[in-house]
Design a protein around this ligand. Structure first.
Ligand SMILES: *Cc1c(COP(=O)(O)O)cnc(C)c1O
Length: 460
């Protein structure tokens, strides 16, 4: 195949941007198991109406529609910060002396510093279109909260963000950023909800988790008139919105006469990876192309590599419906790790199913080697990567090194989900050599997995 020499950064014209999202489920040979209500019956759209607005409840359960038109109002905002560039990491290739070609899709070019704005804009749009007054959500590291604050402000919605307490304390600038867009930021667990009060009563010094913040956000949404809840990852609807990443990448690679041999993405709840791989996974499932897909997750929160494929709650407070996914147990408390966006006990049910059926691989990496890769990347590519994204960088570099050893000229693609300018404490620790790597023991995992809810007819 002749390859046109790729520019360092290839920006599509905004008129070339895809106008439809791609629904991965429509191409799957076997669908993910259905979401279940607490009584074990599959959730129907109307069961979700108290929590999600109607259009999003529909998208959540729609396994059939292959392409979904992106509303014009959403496209208008996408065009403010998209198409996102597809970059060729020439200097990294040279440094690694690899015959592989390394491409990355850079999603950090907006104020949230991450891909999260792609779904935030969509979710805020649908909420506004249904006449809602406000939305609630949770945020860990703060990227999702920031993205949603931007989107809510744009559409004139109120926003309450439950921010994991330890993050709110460690990242005051993220909180200020959200408040700049007029969001109300509440440190979680808080005394504003029943769930939060119960947790604080049992443990007044509880520093919070994403799961707890979700419980609080859901409770506030279902008990406040004109409010609904929105979530920045894991859900099927979020993967749908994030497919814009992969669809743009497909067009850009086509222009270069390229098709990836390996795709790497970091995986927290699975939304950027699910979005990046969407069109390539479609080809793979259809037997048209063979591409290896690798999820990179933190060794401190290894849901794919060490979790169980089981029905579990999406939150610590056990208030959400049950999803079948790779999980560490909804009571799992990940150790302090700087990739806040990857500290979630579960994984997208779509990606979980694809992984379970052998369409994807996963590796777990420790944070100190991830930061080494991050710093190398920053020096060569002039982007300070987010700790989350750096998990993908690390695994892509390992792949490129293997190509050096085997002489294979593979095309490697990875997702660079965001920037790390709010993570300088973590970089500081790495610079000073004080960063630690905590990996949970088998006993830790057994303990949290023993709390999985029993489901009739499913071995948990
Ligand atoms: C949230 C986040 C992630 C992880 O979330 P996914 O849903 O797994 O994509 C990765 N990178 C960045 C920069 C994030 O903000």
């Amino acid at each position: 195949m002749t390859t046109n020499k790729a520019p360092h950064r290839l920006y599509l014209h905004e008129n070339e941007m895809p106008t439809r999202w791609y629904n991965l489920r429509a191409g799957m040979k076997e669908l993910p198991d259905p979401m279940l209500l607490p009584d074990g019956t599959p959730a129907q759209e109307e069961h979700l109406y108290p929590v999600f607005c109607k259009a999003l409840a529909h998208q959540e359960l729609d396994d059939e529609t292959e392409f979904v038109d992106i509303p014009d109002e959403v496209l208008d905002i996408y065009k403010v910060y998209r198409p996102a560039p597809l970059c060729r990491a020439y200097d990294l290739e040279n440094y690694l002396e690899t015959p592989a070609r390394i491409y990355y899709k850079f999603e950090g070019n907006n104020t949230s510093g991450s891909h999260k704005l792609n779904s935030a804009v969509a979710q805020a749009y649908y909420a506004k279109a249904e006449g809602l007054k406000g939305i609630t959500t949770e945020t860990g590291a703060g990227q999702w909260g920031t993205a949603l604050a931007e989107a809510a402000k744009y559409f004139g919605l109120d926003l309450i963000v439950y921010m994991v307490k330890v993050s709110a304390e460690q990242k005051p600038f993220r909180k200020i950023m959200m408040e700049t867009f007029d969001a109300s930021v509440v440190a979680s667990p808080s005394d504003t909800t029943n769930v939060g009060r119960a947790i604080l009563e049992a443990d007044p010094s509880n520093s919070g988790s994403l799961g707890t913040a979700i419980s609080e956000a859901v409770e506030t949404a279902v008990t406040t008139e004109g409010y609904r809840y929105v979530l920045g990852s894991v859900l099927n609807q979020v993967l749908l919105h994030q497919s814009i990443i992969g669809l743009e990448t497909e067009i850009a690679l086509e222009r270069l006469g390229e098709y990836p041999d390996v795709i790497v993405g970091c995986a927290g709840g699975g939304s950027n990876l699910g979005g990046l791989i969407a069109p390539f996974m479609r080809d793979k499932i259809a037997g048209k192309r063979d591409v290896r897909i690798v999820a990179s997750e933190p060794a401190s929160c290894p849901s794919l590599t060490r979790g169980r494929y089981a029905y579990d709650f999406c939150d610590t407070g056990k208030t959400t419906p049950l999803a079948r996914m790779y999980t560490l147990g909804c009571g799992f408390k990940p150790s302090a790790n700087h990739a806040g966006g990857l500290r979630y006990h579960g994984m997208s049910p779509i990606l979980s199913k694809l992984y379970h059926d052998g369409y994807m691989e996963a590796v777990a990496v420790e944070q100190s080697v991830v930061f080494e890769a991050a710093k190398l990347f920053a020096r060569l590519e002039t982007i300070l990567p987010a700790p989350e994204s750096s998990h993908a960088i690390k695994v892509a570099i390992d792949e490129a090194v293997r190509c050096r050893e085997s002489g294979e000229e593979k095309t490697i693609l990875f997702g660079l989900t965001g920037t790390g300018y709010f993570d300088l404490n973590a970089y500081d620790q790495h610079n000073k050599g004080t960063m630690s790597d905590y990996v949970p023991t088998d006993e830790d995992l057994e303990r949290s997995l023993s709390g999985l809810p029993p489901i009739a007819g499913v071995s948990q």
